[in-house]
Design a protein around this ligand. Structure first.
Ligand SMILES: Nc1ncnc2c1ncn2[C@@H]1O[C@H](COP(=O)(O)OP(=O)(O)O)[C@@H](O)[C@H]1O
Ligand SMILES: Cc1ncc(C[n+]2csc(CCOP(=O)(O)OP(=O)(O)O)c2C)c(N)n1
Ligand SMILES: [Mg+2]
Length: 392
C-alpha cells in the first residue's frame, strides 16, 4: 500500500489512512513524456517540513537564454501548449468566461474596462511559482488555479473589500500539457465567478517555470479600508477561517502521502472566508490581515504597523480534532501548525471586545507593551516561525 516513490519513506507509526501516490516525491510531468525529470544543480531546492525537496515540477526541454528568447529545437509535444500555439491557447482560456458584475469589457482587447462605483479601487497582486507555492504532482491544474484565485482574493477581503476583477499572468514551458493550463484557467474562473468577480484579462508567455501572477481588484462599497495599522490596545484579536490545515496537508504530502483528504485538500484549495472581510469592516475592525505566512508572522505585521503588542492565548486557539489526529499520527504538534503554518488564508482582525462579529473566534488581545512584538501566552518566542521566501 505504501509504495512511496522518490525520496521519502513512510513515517513510523502512521496509520493506514495515509496513502502514498505513485509519484509522491518527484515531478509529475516530464518533458516529452519520458522518464521523470531529475533535479539538476541549477534547480532550486527547499526542504520545508522534512521529506522531499521542493523543486520545480516542470523543466522545459527547450534551451532558454536569459536575454534572448530562443525557440525550442525539439518538436512540440503532442497536447502541449507549444503544439497549440499562444493565441489558440488564449482563445481557449477566454472562451465562455462569464462576465463579473463589474465587467464592462472583458478579455480580447488591449485592456479590460471595469466599473468602480465606489470611486476607489482596491488592488493587489500575488505571484505563485511552481515548486515554491504548488506542485503539479500534488494538485491538479484546476486546484492550482482555484488556490491562486483564492489566495489573491483573500488580500482584497483582508482590506474589507469585495473582489471585482482578476487579471492573470501565466508563464509556462512550451511543453507543458495544454490541459493543465486550461485547468488553471477553469479553476481561476470558477473561484472568481463564485464571488461575482470577472476574470477580465491576462497574459501568456513562455518561460522555464510555470508561474501564475494574479492581480485582483476590489470594491470597498463605501466602507473604510481596514489596514494593518489600526490595532489599538484594549482590542481583542480574532480569526475567521482555518489555521494549520494547509500546513498539515503540506507535511503529509512532503512525507510522500496523499491522504488524509481533509488536510491534503486544505493545502490544495484553501477556504479563505472571503465574505468575512466586509463583515469585519462593517463591525469596525481596527486592523486586519490574511494569514498567508503563518499566524504569528502575520500578526507581527499588524503589531509593527500599529505600534502595539499582541498576545495570543493558546487556550483559545481552535485546534480541530482532525488536525490533532493527523499531528499525532505524524509525531507533530498541531499547535505549531496553527501558530506558524501558512497557506490557509484565514483572516485575523482586531475588534473592540464587544464588537466581535459572528463567525470570528477571539484568540488574543492587543496590548500597549512591547510595540511590534507578538507573544504567546505572555511569553516571547525566539522566532514567529512562518514563511519567509528568502530565509525560511
Ligand atoms: N516587489 C514589490 N514592489 C512593491 N511593493 C511590494 C513588492 N512586494 C511586496 N510589496 C508590497 O509589500 C506589502 C507586503 O507584501 P506581501 O507580504 O507579499 O503581502 P501579502 O502577504 O498581503 O501578499 C504589500 O503591500 C505589497 O503590495
Ligand atoms: C510546494 C509547496 N511548498 C511549500 C509551500 C508553503 N508555502 C510556500 S509560499 C508560502 C507563504 C505564502 O506565499 P507568499 O508568496 O508569501 O504569499 P503572500 O504572503 O505574499 O500572500 C507557504 C506557506 C507551498 N505552498 N507549496
Ligand atoms: Mg508572504
Amino acid at each position: 500500500m505504501f509504495s512511496v516513490t522518490g525520496c521519502s519513506s513512510r513515517p513510523s507509526g502512521t496509520s493506514a489512512r495515509f496513502h502514498a501516490g505513485p509519484t509522491s516525491c518527484r515531478p509529475g510531468w516530464s518533458p516529452g513524456g519520458g522518464a521523470p525529470v531529475r533535479q539538476d544543480d541549477s534547480g532550486h531546492v527547499r526542504q520545508p517540513e522534512g521529506g522531499c525537496p521542493i523543486t520545480s515540477s516542470f523543466r522545459s526541454s527547450g534551451s532558454v537564454s536569459s536575454s534572448v528568447p530562443s525557440a525550442s529545437t525539439a518538436a512540440p509535444a503532442p497536447g502541449s501548449v507549444g503544439a497549440r500555439g499562444e493565441f489558440a491557447v488564449i482563445g481557449r482560456l477566454t472562451a465562455g468566461l462569464a462576465p463579473g458584475s463589474a465587467t464592462t469589457l472583458g478579455p480580447g482587447d488591449d485592456a479590460a474596462v471595469i466599473t468602480a462605483a465606489d470611486g476607489r479601487v482596491v488592488a493587489s497582486v500575488d505571484v505563485l511559482v511552481d515548486g515554491v507555492h504548488f506542485r503539479t504532482d500534488w494538485a491538479s491544474g484546476e486546484q492550482i488555479g482555484r488556490r491562486a484565485a483564492l489566495a489573491s482574493m483573500a488580500d482584497i477581503a483582508a482590506m474589507g473589500a469585495v473582489p471585482t476583477a482578476l487579471l492573470v499572468g501565466l508563464t509556462a514551458p512550451a511543453d507543458i500539457p495544454e490541459d493543465l493550463v486550461l485547468g488553471l484557467g477553469r479553476g481561476l474562473d470558477a473561484e472568481a465567478a463564485a464571488v461575482g468577480a470577472g476574470l477580465v484579462g491576462g497574459d501568456l508567455t513562455r518561460s522555464e517555470v510555470l508561474t501564475i501572477s494574479v492581480t485582483v481588484l476590489g470594491d470597498l462599497r463605501g466602507a473604510a479600508p481596514v489596514t494593518r495599522s489600526g490595532a489599538r490596545p484594549g482590542q481583542v484579536v480574532a480569526v475567521a477561517g482555518r489555521l494549520g490545515w494547509a500546513a498539515a496537508g503540506l507535511t503529509v504530502l512532503s512525507r510522500g502521502f496523499r491522504s488524509p483528504a481533509a488536510v491534503v485538500g486544505a493545502y490544495r484549495v484553501p477556504e479563505p472566508p472571503l465574505a468575512q472581510g466586509p463583515v469585519a469592516a462593517a463591525a469596525g475592525a481596527g486592523a486586519m490581515i490574511d494569514v498567508s505566512d503563518g499566524l504569528l508572522a502575520d500578526l507581527g505585521h499588524i503589531a509593527v504597523a500599529s505600534g502595539v503588542g499582541v498576545d495570543v492565548r493558546t487556550a483559545q486557539l481552535p485546534v480541530a480534532p482532525r488536525l490533532a489526529e493527523v499531528a499525532s499520527a505524524l509525531g507533530r504538534d498541531p499547535l505549531e501548525w496553527v501558530l506558524t503554518g501558512g497557506d490557509d488564508h484565514a483572516l485575523a482582525a482586531t475588534f473592540a471586545p464587544d464588537a466581535v462579529p459572528d463567525g470570528w473566534v477571539v484568540i488574543g488581545v492587543v496590548t500597549d507593551s512591547d510595540a511590534g512584538v507578538v507573544t504567546v501566552d505572555g511569553a516571547a518566542r525566539d522566532t514567529p516561525g512562518g514563511w519567509d521566501h528568502f530565509t525560511s
